[in-house]
Ligand binder design. Structure first.
Ligand code: RFL
Ligand code: PHB
Length: 389
């Protein structure tokens, strides 16, 4: 088999890359280890930043998002018994859209299949060879046939646990946090229109949603937590307590999903080796507090698609040569923002009184100074793609 771009991984990064390349007449094959049903059901991110929304609109992927997504003009920070709204619309004139990652993935798969795209699910034993000369991806297809896919370049979009990153020699930057998030999806109508980030003495809590019928909520828990140790009643009690504010209560309902997510900051540099390019979680991870992971994956592949179009159509290497450095500037901005939000909003187990006072001071400053609130807003709604960072 032969194609121009061999893409490993059918998450938002791999699927969007395939879509962007196809629009410019470049062929790709997407290889995914999981089934289509699995990737379409995997519950993950929920916040699309402004540049993501604009990109999806610009490339014909926004029809359902514009119908079903929930546009938000701000978020609340809740601490010390008070609720403080950060008004994105007023501060930066832009907002976000709440639309589940798996909905983006469903829309992408539908668009690729409608355009005759080659997506292969349930492949196994994926290997990468010839990365600095003639790239070949080896794999076993869903029917058990071993195959070789020869390509001009490989895009490693296989997430944090994929195989691509190991083929790129370089340096790794890693930080683990001493807590995790217990996340639930509940069949309960949201009682509040926007997201609430709460810093409570018992730990962080986040109020989010997916639709007018489904609420998404998170609690800070110890890193080794087993989700089964938390009964539904205990989860609701803790959410009601940590998110409490005047006139605010959470509708409870049956849980559709419950899981624990670790918190980590991670960057692997560079994002390219020879003809292998990393994009998305394959190259970097952020803790979810800034809602940046999927948005960064999307920014990477936008840059990568432009670079590959120049390279494959016109043999212009300037874009592929600049890819890693340019992406990493946005990556580190998001790493900083996510680390900052995480540090400001969570309880650190060994936190002393001095650190706690600093945290509260930072929260008060963020909600009372227009300059500080604007900085949060501009990062949260997303700095423009292509901004000098
Ligand atoms: P993905 O989505 O992990 O996709 C990688 C794909 O590669 C496949 N794969 C392989 N395929 C073939 N061969 C192999 N050897 C393979 N190994 C792996 C995998 O099965 C998978 O399908 O990476 P991608 O495309 O880079 O996308 C990144 C995002 O998924 C991730 O950053 C976000 O989900 C992070 N995230 C959030 N991001 C946001 O922008 N906003 C949010 O609000 C937000 N909230 C979150 C989040 C992630 C969370 N979890 C569960 C980690 C909330 C949570 C709880
Ligand atoms: C979500 O709705 O899943 C969500 C929202 C905001 C975050 C993280 C996750 O910061």
């Amino acid at each position: 088999m032969r194609t121009q771009v061999g893409i490993v991984g059918a998450g938002p990064a791999g699927l969007l890359l395939s879509h962007l390349l196809a629009r410019q007449g470049i062929e790709s094959v997407v290889l995914e280890s999981r089934s289509r049903a699995y990737v379409e059901k995997r519950v993950r991110a929920g916040v699309l930043e402004h540049p993501t929304v604009e990109l999806l609109r610009g490339v014909g992927l926004a029809e359902r998002m514009d119908r079903e997504g929930l546009p938000h003009g701000g978020i609340s920070l809740r601490f010390d018994g008070g609720d403080h709204r950060i008004d994105f619309a007023d501060l930066v004139g832009r907002g976000i859209v709440v639309y589940g990652q798996q909905e983006v993935v469903k829309d992408l798969i539908a668009a690729r299949l409608a355009a005759g795209g080659d997506l292969r699910f349930e492949v196994s034993e994926v290997t990468l060879d010839g990365i600095t000369s003639d790239p070949v991806i080896g794999f076993v297809d869903a029917d058990g046939q071993r195959r070789e896919l020869h390509c001009d370049v490989i895009a490693g979009c296989d997430g944090f646990h994929g195989i691509s990153r190991a083929a790129v020699p370089g340096e790794v930057f890693d930080r683990q946090y001493p807590f995790a998030w217990l996340g639930i999806l509940a069949e309960a109508a949201p009682t509040h229109e926007e997201l609430v980030y709460a810093n409570h003495p018992n730990g962080f809590a986040l109020y989010s949603m997916r639709s007018p019928e489904v609420t998404r909520l998170y609690l800070q828990v110890p890193p080794d937590t087993n989700a089964d140790d938390w009964s539904d009643a205990r989860i609701w009690d803790e959410l009601q307590l940590r998110l409490a504010a005047d006139g605010f209560s959470i509708n409870e309902g049956p849980l559709l999903e419950k899981g624990v997510t670790g918190m980590r900051s991670f960057v692997s540099e560079p994002m390219r080796h020879g003809k292998l390019f990393l994009a998305g979680d394959a190259a970097h991870i952020v803790p979810p507090t800034g809602a940046k992971g999927m948005n960064l994956a999307i920014a990477d592949v936008r840059m990568l698609a432009d670079a590959l179009i120049g390279y494959l159509h016109e043999k212009d290497e300037s874009g592929v040569d600049a890819y890693s450095d340019t992406c990493l500037r946005r990556v580190w901005r998001a790493e900083h923002f996510s680390w900052w939000m995480t540090s400001m909003l969570h309880n650190f187990p060994d936190e002393d009184a001095f650190t706690r006072r600093l945290q509260l001071s930072q929260l008060r400053y963020t909600v009372s100074s227009r300059a500080a609130a604007t900085s949060l807003a501009e990062n949260y709604v997303g700095l423009p793609h292509g901004a000098a960072l």
